[in-house]
Design a protein around this ligand. Structure first.
Ligand code: PEP
Ligand code: MG
Length: 572
């Protein structure tokens, strides 16, 4: 029996046989040099590869929930084919080598920016290329192992399309050697209740398939070949965990009111229309964060009518409830192929609102137009600005909104505009932001705020153990800045992953939040917890104690004790 420690990326406990997923790539079979003799044969070969990839994509489309993702993958495939054909013509090289060269160009672009959250990543690009090459080498693409139902998959970092395929094939848990707890895969794992631990120290190649593994993703533990006693004790822990989760899940449709009558909206975070539709059936009181970056990861930005249609549909799922659309948070860490941004330090670079203002004609104004057109028909839509760090960014944005609204003749006097609080400068200047008189709400993006407060890259597993959004420094900044926000009549929401953490709920409520925006899989847990606590009591006894803690460990112990003292089941 051997135990490895890692980062818990999606909670839960599972005991199951392991299956290693080690990529063997058709890219290795592409010759380093090859010269074309007959151009028409190469063109035919590429077209055959494209047809093969389309077949595979259609198959995915028929089984995936995330149709947007497959559409994006298809665009990538088409883009690669187009560029590969150009290369075949220009350099007279064979089609497989041309495809490999295009892959290397984009893989390098994605690698240099290190995006974690972005839906289409290097791994997804590789999936697209393997689909094409499998058509050329006339073989079934060796994309994923088939016999993984009921198993814990152990792998390198996964792309989101690979992960969806694993979900479809019924995996029970996931262990990767790299990745981040705020990555898209981690978020989707949490939404689907798949326990997931990131364990850089585990060497997957040393394991045999079918080895028994306990994945304790509540505590970030991977136990290989556990003994009988450990299995027995974990079997009862696992049973207890999943049973409690199921019981608590039933609270999702109740109102989130504390024992002393304090009401909080429990909203959901979504990344596409499918998730928005699903969230509307799962007890969410609205959408607190619609991440739309994914729509921009194509060969060109989405058109205004495309965006408008998506916003209107999302708004209609929730009728009178709020639906917060975040302006695209693209930029250096979430690259798009049509802007070649290369920066030494992308997290501190041109991202979010900075990028939108830089590319106002090409990106920001078309987005604003789509939003306003949809807002005119659905006043429950709210607009949220990402990565704001200076008041001037808000003032400039307001001018742009006025300009676009003027042209469209749309009344914006009731527009509900908010900013993400993700950068310490913004957290510290909320009174000045409020003075603009144009902002109604703020939403704490604690994923980014934590990385900027603690100086820990949220995507780097080497420092992952230091990344903790329950660190007392993060909580102190929230306390300081929320009190300013409340004094200035700003509505306060939290949409970072902290809002989904059961332990954080008593603190966030004590600090005065009006809404929590969470992963839809935890709506029940969040409402259950809210209904079991007493805010007057936490304000009086708990908050100062927590803010005076030395470490996140101490914070967590105190919060756990408090929840248990209220007779609540603690799930993490
Ligand atoms: C955050 O930073 O907390 C947030 C919600 O934004 P994202 O995770 O999309 O960067
Ligand atoms: Mg963020």
């Amino acid at each position: 029996m051997k135990t490895y420690h890692g980062l818990p990326a999606s909670p839960g406990i599972v005991i199951a046989p392991a299956k290693r997923y080690i990529r063997t790539s058709l890219l290795d079979r592409v010759p380093e040099v090859c010269v074309v003799r007959d151009m028409s044969i190469e063109i035919e070969t590429i077209n055959h590869a494209l047809a093969n990839a389309k077949k595979y994509l259609d198959n995915m489309r028929n089984t995936y929930v995330e149709k947007d993702l497959v559409d994006a993958l298809e665009l990538i495939v088409e883009n690669i084919v187009q560029e590969a054909l150009d290369l075949v013509n220009a350099e007279k090289i064979c089609s497989s080598l041309a495809i490999k060269k295009v892959y290397e160009k984009y893989a390098e672009l994605l690698r240099s920016t290190g995006s974690q959250l972005f839906a289409v990543r290097e791994a997804d690009l590789r999936v697209a290329v393997e689909m094409l090459l499998s058509g050329i080498f006339t073989e079934e693409a060796n994309l994923l192992p088939l016999d993984i139902s009921g198993k814990i998959v152990i792998s390198e970092e996964l792309g989101i399309t690979e992960f969806f395929e694993l979900l479809r094939r019924g995996i029970k848990g996931l262990i990767t050697s790299s990745g981040g707890v705020t990555s898209h895969v981690a978020i989707v794992a949490r939404c689907n209740n798949i326990p997931y631990v990131i364990t850089p120290s585990l060497d997957a190649s040393s394991l045999k398939d079918e080895t028994y593994v306990i994945l304790d993703a509540l505590n970030g533990l991977v136990i290989i070949e556990p003994d009988e006693t450990t299995i027995k004790s974990y079997e009862s822990k696992a049973e207890n965990y999943w049973r409690t989760l199921e019981q608590i899940g039933k609270h999702a449709y109740e109102k989130a009111v504390t024992l002393d009558g304090y009401y909080v909206d429990v909203l959901c975070n979504v990344g596409n229309l499918e998730e928005a539709r699903l969230a509307s059936t799962l007890g969410c009181d609205g959408i607190g964060l619609f991440r739309i970056e994914f729509l921009y990861m194509k060969t060109k930005p989405p058109t205004t009518p495309e965006l408008q249609e998506i916003f209107e549909k999302a708004a209609s799922f929730f009728e009178n409830k709020p639906v917060v659309i975040r302006a695209p948070d693209i930029g250096a860490d979430k690259p798009v192929p049509y802007l070649s941004l290369r920066e030494e330090n992308p997290f501190m670079g041109l991202r979010g609102i900075r990028l939108l203002l830089e590319y106002r004609e090409e990106l920001f104004k078309p987005f604003i137009e789509a939003f306003l057109r949809a807002y005119k028909n659905h006043p429950n839509l709210k607009l949220l600005l990402p990565m704001v760090s200076r008041v001037s960014e808000v003032l400039e944005t307001i001018e742009l909104i006025k300009e676009v609204a003027g042209k469209l003749n749309i009344d914006i006097s009731g527009l509900n505009l908010g900013i993400m609080v993700e950068v310490p400068s913004t957290a510290l200047l909320l009174d000045k932001f409020a003075e603009t008189g144009r902002i109604r709400f703020i939403s704490y993006g604690t994923n980014d705020l934590t990385q900027y407060v603690l100086a820990v890259d949220r995507t780097n597993p080497k420092v992952g153990a230091i990344y903790d959004d329950l660190d007392p420094s993060v909580l102190r900044l929230l306390n300081l800045s929320m009190s300013t926000a409340i004094r200035n009549n700003l509505e306060v929401e939290v949409c970072g992953e902290l809002a989904s953490r059961q332990l954080a709920i008593p603190i966030l409520l004590s600090l005065g939040v009006n809404a929590l925006s969470v992963n839809y899989s935890v709506v029940g847990v969040v409402k259950y917890t809210i209904r079991g606590i007493h805010v007057g009591e936490t304000k009086e006894h708990l908050i100062q104690y927590v803010l005076n803690s030395m470490s996140s460990q101490e914070v967590k112990e105190t919060l756990k004790k408090y929840l248990l003292s209220k007779g609540l089941a603690v799930l993490g």
